[in-house]
Design a protein around this ligand. Structure first.
Ligand code: ATP
Length: 252
């Protein structure tokens, strides 16, 4: 839940975070906490700052004001703590971002072996176990272009898990998939949630939010407008802005 100032074991903490792109104020005093093992979903209209928020959490974008901490490490506005925070976060993007010239297996092992110094045999054993966990161990020698979008996204999830992250960040992970491929990725995400993974997920998937999220955060114009458990947010939104958004996406 959003509990600024509480003593909960927070893996992600944002306090009064502001972010500008030039003159454009993209995040406005955003305060949010994600406790260990908690699943927080972020929704809101296009351009409301959802991607910006999640990209600030792992330092892909820099905030200018306020505090961001991941697993207790401060990512201050000048960028200190960046490498340590990156090691503790696994990021899954809309467009998979796999290396097209590497096999599925090599996509998982490249970072740990060459950047992390892990012995190749150990990295491969971990990679095979994770590919098995996401149901695509049999595709390990294929290249990304030879497998479906849903399979590519499952590879991307397995690659992010190679870091043994304290939190998994998902930025609209099913938005670029064919409709028949969406469920296979959501099923992997649900399995992660059941296993206790801490997750911060930008998504438009209402069913996923209802089933999996502990907290739904609704953003509009760079602000967190509401933060509530899904059963409350979807049935009794408190603000006109949230009601208008839900009316559009759920055709109420
Ligand atoms: N690199 C950038 N430079 C300038 N403006 C940007 C940049 N990235 C995002 N913006 C602007 O910041 C605002 C928030 O963008 P952001 O991508 O965070 O929104 P979003 O809620 O994730 O939208 P969507 O659902 O369409 O992905 C938008 O108005 C966008 O045009």
């Amino acid at each position: 839940m959003t509990r600024p100032g509480s003593s909960a074991d927070l893996v992600v903490e944002l306090e009064a975070v502001d972010k500008w792109y030039g003159d454009y104020h993209a995040l406005r005093r955003v305060t949010l906490g994600v406790a260990r093992g908690e699943r927080v979903a972020i929704c809101g209209p296009s351009g409301s700052g959802k991607s910006t928020l999640i990209r600030c959490v792992n330092g892909l974008e820099r905030h200018q004001r306020g505090t961001i901490r991941v697993d207790g490490i401060a990512l201050d506005a000048a960028g200190a703590g960046l490498a340590a925070v990156r090691r503790r976060t696994g990021m899954v993007f809309q467009n998979f971002n796999l290396f097209p010239h590497l096999t599925v297996l090599d996509n998982l092992t490249l970072g740990p072996i060459y950047a992390g110094g892990e012995p190749a045999a150990a990295a491969e054993a971990r990679a095979l176990a994770l590919l098995d966990r996401v149901g695509i161990a049999d595709q390990k020698d294929k290249f990304p272009g030879q497998i479906s979008g849903g399979q590519q996204q499952r590879v991307a999830i397995a690659r992010a898990l190679m870091r043994e992250p304290a939190v998994m960040l998902f930025d609209e992970p099913t938005s670029s998939l064919d409709p028949e491929r969406v469920q296979e990725v959501l099923a992997v995400m649900e399995e992660l949630a059941q296993a206790g993974m801490t997750m911060l997920v930008v998504t438009h998937e209402m069913g996923f939010m209802r089933r999996v999220a502990d907290l739904v955060v609704f953003m509009d114009q760079g602000e967190i407008v509401e933060a509530a458990p899904p059963e409350l947010f979807f049935t009794a939104p408190r603000t006109d802005r949230a009601r208008a958004f839900l009316g559009q996406v759920m055709h109420l």
